[in-house]
Design a protein around this ligand. Structure first.
Ligand code: TXA
Ligand code: MG
Length: 342
């Protein structure tokens, strides 16, 4: 199959978005940008197309997927009963990087939620995603548009790397603003549970609801969010994550880097731009200059870049585990084969 690369700037924008919507309607798969990461979309009501998503991604069949909508009316075709909490959070955070898990309606095919009685829904905040959803006029199922186990794509090029020739089209929307996947929040119980930390933080959700919100432990035997049990977000290289107070972290990274150099290991360093002078003689990938926000935006691109360079090890700076830093550290800790506290 030839994958069509569809631009969303200039005169072809409207035509390409309409074409993508038609492809989705016809049961084809189309990758599209969101503010978090690129998604691989299919019509929620087309079981064959949804099953193709599992196939082209190599996704384990027990991992359910997120349904994307552009208007709140679409909830009625997806959810069985909608708790009050939902409306409060939708009002506050949608469109945006928050996914809510509620009881699912029978209209949603079982394959979408991998047999679970629930469905995860999100209203993305990206003009291209919104235009596509509006034109398609059906909710769109979309996991991240990467091969299972690879870092999520934050640029159209990353999608091509993984899925060229396997899907009908890619809508190019440039780089994703947030760069990490959405927060997944289970609202089926009295106390909501964050199944996956992301762009909307626990503090923000607690403030909006005025109640305590818990966070699912990633080490539980049966994770509430099936996706969390898989080793995700990992580059091919081994990641050594150094955590602690910044000065100590950079000194620790330098020590590790010097040792790896002596051992003739092919390695790279990932840190905030300001650390570049310290690692002048090393392969360096900048995580930007805006703390955890910039690091979140650049992380997956860095993983992919170092993979291209056949780097065997990555020495990575850890960030404070707060706000967006919690989501960032969640991904980094999952990717890391070694964590060092300094
Ligand atoms: O930002 C995002 O969420 C991106 C963009 C494309 O929207 N999507 C994304 O999808 O990251 P995916 O499939 O890579 O991750 C979805 C996560 C998985 O951990 C999955 O297990 C969980 O959401 N999930 C989906 N449906 C669920 C459900 N009914 N109950 C619990 N967890 C669910
Ligand atoms: Mg994913």
């Amino acid at each position: 199959m030839k994958t069509r690369f569809l631009k969303t700037t200039g005169q072809t924008r409207q035509r390409n978005i309409r074409l993508a919507a038609k492809l989705i309607h016809d049961g084809d798969l189309v990758a599209f940008p969101t503010e978090t990461v690129y998604g691989l979309g299919a019509s929620v009501y087309n079981e064959r197309a949804v099953s193709n998503i599992f196939q082209v991604k190599g996704r384990p069949p027990d991992n359910p997927m997120i349904v994307h909508i552009w208007s709140l009316d679409q909830m009625w075709g997806l959810a069985e009963s909608i708790p009050l909490m939902f409306w409060i959070l939708a009002e506050k955070f949608w469109p945006g990087p928050l996914t809510m898990v509620t009881r699912k309606s029978d209209k949603v095919p079982a394959i979408v939620s991998a047999g679970l009685p629930t469905v995860a829904v999100r209203m993305p905040d990206h003009p291209v995603a919104r235009a596509l959803l509006k034109n398609a006029a059906v909710p769109i199922v979309a996991p991240s548009a990467n091969l299972s186990g690879r870092p999520s794509p934050t640029m159209a090029l990353h999608v091509l790397e993984d899925l060229d020739g396997k899907i009908a089209a890619i809508l190019d929307g440039g780089s994703c603003k947030i760069g990490l996947e959405s927060t997944v929040l289970d609202i089926t119980r009295k106390v909501p549970v964050i199944l996956r930390p992301g762009g909307v933080t626990r503090e923000e959700i607690e403030r909006a609801l005025g109640i305590h919100v818990s966070v699912a432990s990633p080490t539980r035997k049966r994770p509430a969010s099936p996706g969390m049990k898989y080793k995700h977000y990992a580059p091919k290289a081994e990641v050594i994550l150094i955590e602690g107070e910044r000065g100590a972290v950079l000194r620790g990274m330098k020590r590790v880097a010097d040792r790896l150099k002596k051992q003739k290991t092919v390695f790279g360093v990932m840190a905030e731009r300001s650390a570049r002078p310290m690692f002048k003689s090393y392969r360096f990938f900048s995580l930007g200059s805006t703390g955890a926000t910039g690091a979140a935006r650049n992380l997956f691109e860095g993983f992919r870049k170092f993979d291209h360079q056949k780097v065997e090890m990555i020495v990575c700076e850890g960030f404070p585990d707060e706000s967006l830093g919690s989501a960032l550290m969640n991904r980094l800790r999952k990717a890391a084969s070694r964590r060092v506290r300094v």
